[in-house]
Design a protein around this ligand. Sequence first.
Ligand SMILES: [Zn+2]
Length: 252
Amino acid sequence: MTVKKLYFLLAGSCYLDQSAVNKNLAPGRLLEMPVWSFLLETTDGPILIDTGMPDAFVNNPEYFKGTKREGRVVPKMTANDKIVNILKSAGYRAGDIQAVISSHLHLDHAGGNGHFPKTPIFIQQAEFDAAMGNDDYSPEECRLPDLQYQIIEGDREVAPGVQIFSTPGHSPGHQSVLVTTEHSGPILLTIDVAYTRENFDNGVPFLSYDSESTVRSIKRMKGLIEKVQPSKVFFGHDRVQAREAKVFPDFL
Ligand SMILES: [Zn+2]
């Protein structure tokens, strides 16, 4: 199997308090962060990395009103940003997807997982254990218990050209993905090992479950970069990078 194309799919955005993006900043100002999903076209069918935000967020910026996230997390999502509609615009139905890789089960990464009830969903054991039954992993669409989870511990080559790396810190079982495509060679999707380049390059602290692990995971990814020399390193929610990103129908 080879990966022919990697598509960057923008799946709406989410306003987060600036202190989540840079812990050195005082809370009280919201920043709009891009939300991403990634589609791999392989010789064995399509693979999806992350599924965006839940359908319940569509046209519902006040979703978290009255909760502890009120004023700190404000989703911005239209019907076009639902993962099923994004896939439709790329020519696929949810049932076509051969595998989903869930980087972690936060609201802006796993909200659409319920649209893939028959698809293997690759997730770290630590993330599964942390999320199931835990109200901090809200909304519930992100931690549906009865999906076809493929629980893994540590690194895993899902298929040739699709390598998962365990990178805990931002969440207990966070994972990153190294994709190698025919056109662009290795591309590192750090996902939320770092929200931004500033977090990654300069160690600016951001929202982490365990900041020491985050530092270790960033270091690990830097080692990987040195070894495989990716043609692109992409961060989870970097607004500058998003402006320059080649999104669907462009591909890497
Ligand atoms: Zn996250």
